[in-house]
Design a protein around this ligand. Structure first.
Ligand code: IDP
Ligand code: MG
Length: 153
């Protein structure tokens, strides 16, 4: 089963949107297989956002993601990387479609509430930054058989 790393960024926590953002992923039928509240250190932020090092927004991005507590989650489900990115919406809140998390709750560029891995490779690397394999649970939420068909051709 595919997995992805999701972070509810500091603005989501400070704006008391944790429940409403998690609800979007649960409503879609994705399983939460790991979750914690934590404060990301500068060192961890620099590892996570290494691909963006050198870009003009990089210093502001590191300040933002380390500025307060975040909720870090691993979601599981078929095509969950693509599905989570679609639920999140485009990067900038003012471009994200209404109905998406960013389209409904974010209006700017840096502050966009949520992170989601963008490929199987980045998902594996990012999950390993935040969770030990033993922290991730193997279970199938009740009703999953009505979300993912056995032979979904
Ligand atoms: P993504 O989060 O939609 O995958 P990325 O391009 O990977 O977008 O950028 C990582 C994060 O950096 C974004 O979510 C946003 O917080 C911030 N960011 C990206 N581009 C800009 C920018 O041009 N100005 C300010 N912040 C940016
Ligand atoms: Mg990205």
């Amino acid at each position: 089963m595919e997995r992805t790393l999701i972070i509810l960024k500091p603005d989501a926590v400070q704006r008391r949107l944790i429940g409403r953002v998690i609800q979007r992923f649960e409503d879609k039928g994705l399983a939460i297989v790991g979750m914690k509240l934590m404060h990301i250190s500068r060192e961890l932020a620099e590892r996570h956002y290494a691909p963006h090092k050198g870009k003009p927004f990089y210093p502001g991005l590191i300040d933002y993601i380390t500025r307060g507590p975040v909720v870090v989650m691993v979601l599981a489900g078929e095509r969950c990387i693509e599905i989570a990115r679609a639920l999140m919406g485009k990067t900038f809140g003012y471009e994200a479609a209404p109905g998406t998390i960013r389209g409904d709750f974010s209006a700017g560029r840096t502050f966009n509430l949520v992170h989601g891995s963008d490929s199987p490779e980045s998902a594996a690397a990012e999950i390993a930054l935040y969770f030990k394999p033993a922290d991730l649970l193997e279970y199938t939420p009740a009703g999953s058989e009505w979300v993912f068909a056995r032979n979904d051709v």
